[in-house]
Design a protein around this ligand. Structure first.
Ligand code: 5RP
Length: 220
C-alpha cells in the first residue's frame, strides 16, 4: 500500500480519540490534511479547533470547522499531529513543514498528543531526517557554526519564512543518541526560537498506518 494511503488510515483512526464538546489541537502537513478531512465529519460534535499553522487554519475553515485563537487558552485535551521521524521512546523530529514552533506550543499545553504516522516514520535513532531549527535571521552564521561543532551539516531552507517571520536551518548528518539533552542544548543557543526535536514532550499515543492495519502504541 502506498504511504499516502497509510497516512490517511492513521489520520482517520485518530477520530476515535475525539470527544464531543472539545477543542482539538491540529498540527500541520500532509497527514494532518487527511485528519482535517476526517474531523469535518465530526464538526457538529466538537467545539472547534486551534491550529498550528496558517496553512492548517485555511484547511480547517474550508471544512467549516471553527478555529479559535490559541492565545485565549492555557490547556487543551488533545493535539493531533504527525512527525517526520518517531523513535521507540515516542520522541520525534518535527518541522518538515516548518510549523515546529507553534506545534511545540500546542503539544506542550495538551494533555494528550496523538501522533498519526505511516510506517516509514518509525526509526531506531532520530537524525536521518534533517533536524529543523527555527531561528531569528540575525543568528544565522552563529547557529551554522554551532551546528557544525556538533557534527551536523546545516543548510538554510531557502525561500521559506515561518508563520512567525523567522528562517529555518535544516541540520543533516546527525545521529541523535540523547534527544532530551540535544533538545535542551540547541534550545539554549541565543537566536534559536525552537528546535524540531520533540523529546521532553514526546507523544502519548502513536497511530501508525501499516499494510496490516493500524498499529496503536501507547506511552507507558
Ligand atoms: C510540520 C510537521 C509535520 O508533522 C511533519 O513534517 C510530517 O509531515 P507529513 O504529514 O507531511 O509527512 O512537523 O511542521
Amino acid at each position: 500500500m502506498n504511504l499516502n494511503k497509510l497516512k490517511k488510515k492513521a489520520a482517520w483512526a485518530a477520530l476515535d480519540y475525539i470527544r464531543p464538546g472539545t477543542i482539538v489541537g491540529v498540527g500541520t502537513g500532509t497527514t494532518v490534511f487527511y485528519f482535517i478531512e476526517a474531523l469535518s465529519t465530526k464538526k457538529h460534535l466538537i467545539y472547534g479547533a486551534v491550529s498550528s499553522s496558517n496553512a492548517s487554519t485555511i484547511l480547517l475553515k474550508k471544512q467549516g470547522i471553527e478555529v479559535f485563537n490559541l492565545k485565549n487558552f492555557s490547556s487543551l485535551n488533545i493535539y493531533v499531529d504527525s512527525a517526520d521521524e518517531i523513535n521507540h521512546q515516542m520522541q520525534m523530529i518535527k518541522g518538515g513543514g516548518g510549523a515546529l514552533t507553534r506545534e511545540k506550543i500546542i503539544a506542550a499545553m495538551s494533555r494528550k498528543f496523538v501522533c498519526i504516522v505511516d510506517k516509514s516514520k518509525k526509526v531506531d535513532f532520530l537524525g536521518k531526517f534533517p533536524l529543523p531549527i527555527e531561528i531569528i535571521p540575525m543568528a544565522f552564521s552563529y547557529i551554522l557554526k554551532e551546528m557544525i561543532k556538533i557534527g551536523g551539516i546545516p543548510k538554510h531552507r531557502k525561500g521559506f519564512i515561518t508563520d512567525d517571520g523567522n528562517i529555518i536551518i535544516d541540520v543533516y548528518n546527525l545521529c541523535i543518541k540523547d534527544p532530551i539533552s540535544m533538545e535542551r542544548k540547541i534550545n539554549s543557543l541565543p537566536g534559536v526560537v525552537t528546535v524540531g526535536l520533540f523529546a521532553s514532550r514526546s507523544a502519548d499515543i502513536i497511530l501508525m498506518g501499516t499494510n496490516k492495519g493500524i498499529k496503536t502504541i501507547k506511552n507507558k
